[in-house]
Design a protein. Sequence first.
Lengths: 347, 381
Amino acid sequence: MNTLGHFASLIALLLLAFMADLALGSVAVPPGQVVSILSGAGSSTPVWEEIVLALRLPKALTAVLAGAALAATGLEMQTLFRNPLAGPFVLGINAGASLGVALVVLASAGVGAASLLPEVGLPVELGTVSAGMIGAAAVMLIVVTVGHRVRSVVTLLVLGLLIGYATSAAVSMLMHFSAADRIQTFVVWTFGSFGSVGWSRLGILSTAVVIGLSITAVLVKPLNALLLGETHAVSLGVRPKRVRTLIVISSALLAGAVTAFCGPITFIGVAVPHLARSRLHTANHRVLLPAVVLLGAIVALLADIAAGLPGLDARLPLNAVTSLLGAPVVAFAVMRSERVRARGAPS
Amino acid sequence: MSDNSGLVTDGLTVGYRPRPTLAKHLALEARHGELVAVVGPNGAGKSTLIRVLSGLEPPLSGMVRVDGRNIHEIPPATRSRQVGIGLPHHETPPHLRVDELVALGRYPYTSWFGGLTEGDRRYVTDALRVTGIQSLAQRELATLSDGEVQKAHIARGIAQQAPLLLLDEPTAYLDVTSRFEITHMLRDLAHREGRIVLFSTHDLSIALETADRMWLFVPALEDSGVGAQVVDGAPEDLALDGRLRSAFSRHGVDFREDGTPVVASARRSAPTVTLAGPDGPGLRWTRRALYRAGFEPVPQDQAPPATAAVTLVEEPADAGYRSPDAAAPATAADTAGPAGENPPRRRWRVLPPRGQAAAETEVSSIRELVEVSTRLLMKSR
């Protein structure tokens, strides 16, 4: 299949997954009715209209935005670090966001903070969300500052890991001194969900994602050069510090916003770039970036459908589903890169 | 220097701050159209010198000028049109195709999104043709052999259209054929397109065979306080005036006249053997074999008395058909000619050193010759 064919099939898959996400859930809505509701013609059953428009449509849009954002960030980081395990969370973004959210949810004893959205039961106060974004941005700032001084990208990776440990320690301590219901709220947030955003905050999320993706699009050319390693890239005219800074800013926006709104969603950022590379057989970011955006959205929608356990009156934690889907993909990618490395670097 | 063209270093000192300086006050030069071999033992500073020459790393002091401009003052975007580099350890990103890799050489010229114009594509095709890897254009880098990957990276450097191409160990980890293929290709590239192609290697015979100019790292003399030096000259000049020998002899390595290195310590007590016979490949290979076996083959008139003597006898392979090789062994190639040409029949007579009781032995292969002479001469000690 050529590249155009791949994109056509990805777009078709995206539309299909989007419709399925609207139709499936604890209450199944027939696809015909979904189309009719979306086109504004209404539905024979008013409850369906309510379910689709008020709940499932913002949830599906959130899934699309979150999946696209996480996958794009994962792609940037894997190329920057030349590491198949790099993802939005490797630099400690999720840890930073978690700490921000934890500070609001756990520490502030309910002073204008986390209320519960009745229909989904998750904290969606804007305070929580901005705390998450600030936490993510703070971690990124540390990484940027240090990143300008360290030469090796591996050092940066280890640094992100250590920041992750430090912040989880802080979160654990906060949890230890918190009331049970607050811990409950926080733990539910860590499970991950696309349902907590709703129409009211979709605007903020989509703004952050659009800006983040635009920055990533500008980076497509230097990302291709970075495939050859930093020294070769520099010899081709890449300005490494500038590129690194832009990557860090865009991933703070993308992953930071998504994590704050939807919880620390695992594996989509790591796994989707691998899926895209092996499906399209390319390393070219001009092709990979749009592919990863589409595929990320598809995977997020599918994960949301699976988490909804269609036909049953229960939901799985989103993170459990993304981990189950993503772990084998990442394992395969790691083993593959081991093989490539074994024959690629003779020394 | 009558003009500014070419690569010139001026009082260049390279090294790393915490570590001792690698080489001081280098005054080196390379002209357009030259293939320059940077030769020296491992750890001498070849890679560091190349990184400094490329502008990627600052010198400790001094200056590198390319066509009159200080390389470290050229902004990176412009510099990438002046200098192309290739490092020994290549990334092989999964799914990256050869043509895509080569197209990355056009990076300094393409728009922000990296799209290729018709002209860019022509440079990519040319580079693939020059390196002889057109047929690999659509292949993924990870599926190629080391030599093919190396050629693809050189093609990327060619597509970059930089007048200065710096390659660090382009022939490392390659087999002999690929090594020669690549260095000859580099020489053609320099000669034909007037570029300065500079490559580092510790393979002296390849450098002697192909390079127009050699930058030779002469290691520091221990306890002398004299730092490492890099001497610059035609490979033959360096060989003739003994600088080549002195650069390597400190490591216990000596050279035969053809530039093949040998371990000097093993040569000190080499017993001499006189060698006689018709000039040609037979004699050359015999000399080589005796040398390898630990003898010092000398012509008859230079031999001290009481040495063993080896005489090569050549006869046409068969009376009915005389191949050109057999007819004129002196002008024949060093190796057997194309199939169908019969090499002459060769025999070797080994006369033991005077005073030894053994009789003259005749053998019909070099393997036997080595065996017999070793046995005879070891007995004589």
